[in-house]
Design a protein around this ligand. Structure first.
Ligand code: GLN
Length: 486
């Protein structure tokens, strides 16, 4: 039951083969049994889940609801959920119970989905391995010695292990796609502005974007349909009408023009990962696509540009956690300054503190032009590279990450090696285009994701491309051994 798709489960709920309460209990039991090994959840909201499931059953009984009604899913712990602890993976927020609901979780709730709980993540979404969580590292269900990727590693691990049917994630520089790739699931980072950021705890506001994570493109389409759309509470929310993401999943791919950026296949890419990506591209050729080499010449500059812009925005966003307006407050402060200093030093972990310092430095007078402004100019060049390429091709394909999931602790002492993991994902956020990670094979015994990037608001196209691939391959249907016995 835990391996089934949203469409199949929705049908079973409607046929009364199973009730939502039964399905929810099944997932809660799996979490109780398997999550001690994985640590993919920070909070399991059992009572809320069972209440929502009972409400969903009543709706289904009356012939109402959507395809998500009664489906147990999880939310990354940076979406504010009214009355349910929301930590953002940080000690700073370890007792924060939001008085309101984020737009994303509220829309998914309105569609009738059941919230099982809140998933583990790198603190304030800063990281590529989920080792920066105050609540401990998450383990990869395919090999418990490996990282699940980050920052949405809890969501990815939970889905891969069958501890949620689907989940939300957020992607500032790859945090949906890279953990999806490392855990063998499907994830979509939408166009910037497609999904509301209201109630999503901010990391870097000009890059952050929420999106769906699930076993398949079709399941992502179900979730995306509920999540996407204009929101007057988010000033950067796009007014562009939302497409029907399910309607075109079966459109044939004949004539699809695929661009392969030569910079995505250079030094640093694991040759086994490269072979898997090329095999996936061959599969698309069989489906009628044509392939062309393209160039995204400024790819290398995405790391320095991102790692100036993201920390700069973070340093500004995180100033609200001062122990007064928001966040942890130290005991017995001597005076105001002591309270600020100690509250922030105690509440934030080391990676977050490092980024606040980098960002504050880059924004300071005298350095602003040299760092922040320059990074913004590079950002424009990176965007122009994509615009030019996407005039010539329909989608761009390449790896999500240069390697498969790496060992827990193997990169924690080398921040540059960790930042290099993001080379293929950051530029997509800098440009604001949508992109997916689609399971495409295994190397070193671990899953490999194919990245599919598209033009602004081309989510329906990306889902169609991924779905067609998944109709002809079964990589997305593989289940890790640890998930099977339970
Ligand atoms: N790994 C990147 C970072 O640490 C991206 C994280 C994200 O997308 N939230 O900033």
């Amino acid at each position: 039951m835990f391996e089934q798709s949203i469409s199949t489960l929705a049908q079973k709920l409607r046929n009364k083969d199973i009730s939502s309460v039964e399905l929810t209990r099944l997932f809660l039991a799996r979490i109780a049994k398997l999550d001690p090994q994985l640590n993919s959840y920070i909070t399991v909201s059992e009572q809320r889940a069972l209440e929502q499931a009972a409400a969903a059953d009543a709706l289904i009984q009356n012939g109402q609801g959507t395809s998500l009604t009664g489906i147990p899913i999880a939310h990354k712990d940076l979406f504010c959920t009214e009355g349910t602890l929301t930590t953002c993976g940080s000690k700073m927020l370890n007792n924060f119970i939001p008085p309101y609901e984020s737009t994303v979780t509220s829309r998914i709730q309105q569609a009738g989905a059941v919230m099982l709980g809140k998933t583990n993540m790198d603190e304030f979404a800063m990281g590529s391995s989920n080792e920066n969580s105050f609540y401990g590292a998450v383990k990869n269900p395919w090999n418990l010695d490996m990282v699940p990727g980050g920052s949405s590693g809890g969501s990815a691990a939970a889905i891969a292990a069958g501890l949620a049917v689907a989940a939300t994630g957020t992607d500032t520089g790859g945090s949906i796609r890279q953990p999806a790739s490392f855990c063998g699931i499907t994830g979509l980072k939408p166009t910037y502005g497609r999904v509301s950021r209201f109630g999503m705890i901010a990391y870097a506001s000009s890059l952050d974007q929420g999106g769906p994570m699930a076993k398949s493109a079709e399941d992502c389409a179900h979730l995306m349909q509920a999540m996407a759309g204009f929101d007057e509470k988010d000033s950067t929310s796009a007014e562009t009408p939302v497409e029907d993401y399910l309607a075109n999943l079966n459109a044939p791919l004949t004539g699809l023009k695929i661009g392969l950026p030569k910079e995505y296949f250079g030094e640093g890419l694991d040759p086994q990962v490269a072979d898997i990506i090329m095999a996936a591209v061959k599969e698309f050729e069989k489906l009628g696509a044509t392939v062309k080499e393209i160039s995204l010449p400024n790819l290398q500059l995405s790391i320095p540009s991102y790692y100036v812009i993201a920390p700069s925005e973070a340093s500004s966003n995180l100033s609200r956690f001062d122990g007064v307006r928001f966040g942890h407050r130290c005991d017995d402060p001597k005076d105001l300054l002591d309270m600020y200093k100690r509250s922030r030093a105690e509440g934030f972990g080391s990676e977050v503190q490092k980024r606040i310092m980098v960002g504050t430095y880059a924004l300071s007078e005298g350095y602003y032009d040299a760092y922040y402004l320059k990074a913004q100019k590079i950002r424009r060049l990176i965007k122009e590279d994509f615009v030019k390429a996407l005039n010539e091709v329909d989608v761009i394909m390449g790896p999500v990450a240069p390697t498969t999931a790496f060992g827990l602790g193997s990169k924690t002492s080398d921040p540059v090696a960790m930042y290099l993991e993001d080379i293929y994902t950051l530029s997509v956020n800098l440009a604001g285009i949508p992109a997916m990670s689609v399971p495409a094979g295994f190397a070193n015994g671990m899953p490999v994701g194919l990245q599919v990037m598209g033009n602004y608001f081309a989510e329906a196209k990306l889902l169609n491309v991924a779905h067609q691939y998944q109709q002809h391959t079964d990589w997305h249907l593989q289940t890790p051994t640890m998930a099977k016995g339970a």
